[in-house]
Design a protein around this ligand. Structure first.
Ligand code: ZN
Length: 464
């Protein structure tokens, strides 16, 4: 248990000063409450890691009331007198920086920051300037959504889709209170909504099979398009732009490879980006349906059960189509990256920033080039980026390049996580035990310790 606290909540107690002041006449011993609160795993969030590193998040199934009930249960077994809820609450609020929900992925940082500036100034001119900025930003977001509405009607000429990563789905989900003190395993889902047949495709894998990086996402997209869009010439896809998951060289090379593939008819792929926090993708609604269906299941023991929930979540047709992605399907883009020069300049000499890109275009006629705009305006010209190597004799095509596995030695879990899973086996029916018993464990090596920061990000909960 000591180890556990050290990993997750070390330092939390001292970092938050007790705000009660010194007027309190009777001081209760709060050490049992502190120990109890510290026994819950807490996680950093991707969204606040940099801005507020001490802020941590608890399991989304918890509430302060639930924690208090668990505390009372513990006192009962230890034959000690539980303190009142009010006091538990006070310790939680004053001695910890713990929260139940990470900020919504979709809250817009730009709006938040401009609202803050507008409220924070008395100068009418400055206020006006920020209001104009906000107006422009919101118009940009609206116009992006209008673009999606227009493109969604082009289904006779193109394969049109939106995609998004659902928040990580935890398992096992158990009713036993022991589970609240344990880590979870996660199932990932890349939802693809296709406008041509109005269907939600869920591409799922658990954290043992793959991660949530740009290469993982690219594999799902390419698999989907190769399965459902081979006879199409034109693919138009939209996604949120909040993460670096889609706007980078790895995804670009994966899509350039696809567009050259002689086994498909696809000759052009347009990838457009909506403004984060204002996107309202159809995927959000589909994820909501899955989440409410999962609430009807008190216990979820395995990824297969999650898949079953997804398949039956939508009552009306078309039902969701669920595709499992296996470890061996995740391919590295390293071999593709070796064939190109990753230029940061356009052909006209403009130093571009991936994060400003709003529209990417890949064409069969330009096997080692991608085009982009920093706007969704159809009338504006594309910038071009040439990726070809200067040397002669290099392959001019990517489609015949063999890609190696992304996870050649699998995806082990931490020793602590495996231990938590084994501790939960008494609450899980034996037919599911094999999965948990077979989890491979990551034995820390020198290099894994050096890369600890990178690895720990996979252990985080991403709420959206
Ligand atoms: Zn905004």
């Amino acid at each position: 248990m000591e180890d556990y606290i050290a990993v997750y909540q070390k330092g939390d107690v001292s970092q938050c000063k007790d705000k009660r002041g010194t007027t309190s006449t009777r001081k209760l011993d709060d050490s049992d409450i502190i120990t109890h609160i510290q026994s819950f795993p807490a996680y950093q969030s991707h969204y606040t890691r940099k801005s507020n590193p001490n802020r941590k998040f608890l399991n989304p199934g918890l509430t302060i009331r639930k924690m208090y009930d668990l505390y009372k249960e513990k006192c009962l077994t230890e034959m000690t007198e539980p303190k009142k809820l009010k006091y538990y609450n006070k310790v939680f609020n004053t001695k910890f920086n713990l929260h139940f929900k990470a900020p919504h992925q979709d809250t817009c940082k730009t709006c938040d920051s401009l609202n803050f500036k507008i409220r924070g100034t008395d100068d009418e001119n400055v206020k006006k300037e920020f209001e104009v900025q906000k107006e422009l930003h919101q118009r940009k977001a609206d116009s992006a959504r209008e673009n999606l509405q227009i493109d969604a009607k082009k289904i006779n000429d193109a394969y049109v889709l939106t995609f998004d990563l659902q928040k990580a789905l935890a398992f096992p989900k158990l009713t036993t209170s022991v589970a609240y003190y344990k880590r979870n395993l996660y199932l990932y889902n890349l939802g693809i909504h296709c406008f041509n047949n109005n269907t939600g495709y869920m591409n799922v894998w658990n954290e043992i099979e793959g991660g949530r990086g740009s290469q993982d996402i690219a594999v799902c997209l390419v698999k989907h398009l190769k399965t459902h869009a081979v006879t199409q010439n034109h693919v138009i896809m939209y996604s949120d732009s909040c993460t670096g998951q889609n706007r980078n060289i790895k995804t670009t090379l994966s899509l350039l490879k696809l567009v050259q593939d002689p086994d498909t008819s696809i000759t052009t792929i347009d990838h457009k980006f909506l403004v984060s926090g204002h996107s309202y993708l159809p995927n959000d609604g589909e994820f909501g349906i899955i989440e409410s269906a999962s609430r009807r299941h008190e216990q979820i023991y395995s990824p297969d059960q999650w898949i079953e929930i997804m398949k039956t979540a939508k009552r009306k047709e078309p039902h969701f189509v669920v595709t499992e992605i296996k470890n061996s399907e995740f391919k590295s883009t390293a071999a593709l990256e070796k064939c190109i020069t990753n230029r940061k300049k356009t052909t006209c000499g403009y130093d571009f920033n991936w994060l400003n890109i709003r529209w990417l275009r890949f064409e069969r006629n330009h096997p080692l080039q991608f085009q982009f705009k920093e706007t969704l305006n159809a009338d504006m010209p594309f910038y071009k980026v040439d990726l070809s190597k200067k040397q002669q004799g290099r392959p001019a095509y990517l489609y015949n390049i063999q890609q190696g596995p992304l996870y050649p030695s699998g995806r082990p879990v931490t020793i602590a996580k495996k231990k938590d899973m084994l501790d939960l086996l008494p609450y899980i029916p034996p037919i599911y035990h094999k999965f948990y018993k077979n989890l491979t464990v990551d034995i820390p090596t020198r290099s894994s310790i050096l890369n600890a920061d990178e690895r720990s990000s996979d252990d985080e909960i991403t709420y959206d």
